[in-house]
Design a protein around this ligand. Structure first.
Ligand code: AMP
Ligand code: MG
Length: 432
């Protein structure tokens, strides 16, 4: 091992946290602890609008103009002034012009006149309302209608969607599909976003085999690198896959330093069990400040978080996830995801949203720890959404994750549940 020490990294100490106990950390305490050390990446870049999907805005987007830019018709019909509509009989108006969308109009209507207008057509001066074409009869260049629409009906006013100077999207907003269209509607072709987060990861364990190798007795295929790849891909980060590393101190040290030098975040799986005589722990103590926790949760009990000094000046955030394949996914979604959103600059980073639904089956659950059981949300015969567990809930049963479309989140104080109980669920389908 090299003689490098991690002098530049401040000690991780719990700030304002009562009952901090590394041997029994609640899920929320651990989240809170990690948050103290997170601040967004500094660098930003300009991107063409389409390339910004999934990226986080680094500056506010202000509307350079009103959207829509001019009063226009929401219907194919006739533009007129509501003052001209008769209340005691049919209204008759002369059609003096036709206004198509995309054509400027300098027509001014006089009393008793109207203009044929297409959807999106610019309202002529003097008109304040539009009547749908289906509501009028047309004869000899005149329209007649009996039921006048209310003043302002079927008109889209300038600035109705966005007003000039208004903050349309704030810095820290993650660009979604609708936002691409929204920003395009302002005529803005490029946006400033935070740079991509760089995330390096590797698996640890002598028992791990690559997919190109036949499996020897006692070996397992390295599946964690594949789920991690998938989860990280969905988050839109730059991925650095450093492979599966045997439990060999020299190789592990080399890989850890390479990871910390290249990346903002380093994720490992395996080898963080508390009490385990493990090289990872010695290495992490040598090159960083890392805390090891037994989280009061299932799956995902051992977890490590900290900072590691690589070969350059920057310290990388470190997440040591458990080795068991389901635990990797659960801890990623409960801890790493939110932390990475903060690092990516996302202002409203939060745990996965959860809501309550009825669980149709009974659930075995011990109090004193949070469980993330794998569940299937389904619509019952009446179209009411309910949830049921996937079956076997072992932390090595990765097929439960494939079956699941949600986590059933059972808080520390919840015990065994009967069918029909309300439970919290976090939807993961579409995120995974
Ligand atoms: P550990 O945390 O290293 O003690 O690993 C716990 C369990 O997870 C062991 O059964 C390991 O074989 C398994 N495991 C660790 N890493 C991986 C991996 N990358 N892919 C699949 N299983 C793994
Ligand atoms: Mg191991």
């Amino acid at each position: 091992m090299s003689q490098k020490t991690a002098q530049t990294i401040p000690a991780l100490a719990p700030a304002d946290m009562d009952d901090y106990d590394p041997n029994s950390m609640s899920v929320n305490k651990a989240r809170q602890f990690i948050k103290q050390y997170l601040s967004p990446v500094q660098q930003t870049e300009f991107l063409a609008l389409r390339d910004s999907l999934g990226r986080v805005l680094a500056t506010n987007i202000l509307s350079p103009a009103n959207v829509p830019n001019y009063d226009n018709s929401a219907m194919d019909g006739y533009a007129f002034n509501a003052d001209d509509s008769c209340t005691d009989g049919p209204t008759q108006l002369n059609v003096i012009t036709t206004i198509f969308a995309g054509k400027s109009s300098n027509i001014a209507l006089k009393s008793g006149e109207c203009g044929r207008i297409m959807t999106g057509g610019m309202m002529p001066t003097g008109a304040d309302s539009v009547i749908m074409q289906e509501r009028v009869t047309v004869a000899d260049g005149c329209i007649t209608f009996t039921e006048a629409p209310k003043r302002g009906m079927n008109v889209r006013y300038a600035g109705e969607d966005l007003q000039q100077g208004q903050t349309v999207l704030a810095a820290g907003h993650c660009m979604r599909v609708a936002d691409l269209g929204l920003i395009a509607s302002l005529g803005i072709a490029e946006v400033s976003v935070y740079r991509k987060l760089k995330v390096a990861f590797f698996s640890t364990g002598d028992e791990l085999a690559g997919l190109d190798q036949p499996l020897q007795i006692g070996q397992v295929y390295d599946s964690n690198r594949y789920t991690l790849f998938g989860m990280l891909s969905r988050m839109g980060v730059e991925i650095i896959d450093l492979g599966a590393i045997a439990d060999d101190p020299i190789l592990l040290e080399k890989t850890l330093l390479a990871a910390a030098s290249q990346a903002d975040v380093v994720i490992t799986s395996g080898g963080v069990s508390v009490g385990e005589a493990d090289y990872m722990k010695l290495l992490l103590a040598k090159h960083g400040q890392v805390v090891f926790w037994k989280i009061a949760m299932k799956p995902g009990r051992p977890l490590a978080y900290g900072k590691i000094q690589g070969n350059d000046a920057n310290a990388a955030h470190y997440f040591g996830l458990p080795g068991n394949p389901v635990a990797v996914m659960v801890t990623f979604y409960q801890f790493v995801r939110e932390a990475m959103l903060i690092l990516m600059g996302q202002a409203n980073a939060a745990p996965l949203p959860s809501f309550k639904v009825e669980c149709t089956e009974k659930i075995k659950k011990m109090t004193g720890r949070t469980e993330f059981q794998r569940g299937i949300l389904f619509a019952d015969n009446d179209g009411v959404w309910k949830v049921k567990p996937t079956g076997s809930q072992g932390s090595a049963i990765l097929s439960s994750m494939s079956l699941a479309n949600c986590f059933i989140v059972l808080d520390e104080n919840v015990g065994n549940l009967e069918p029909g109980s309300l439970v919290n669920v976090q939807v993961i389908d579409g995120i995974i």
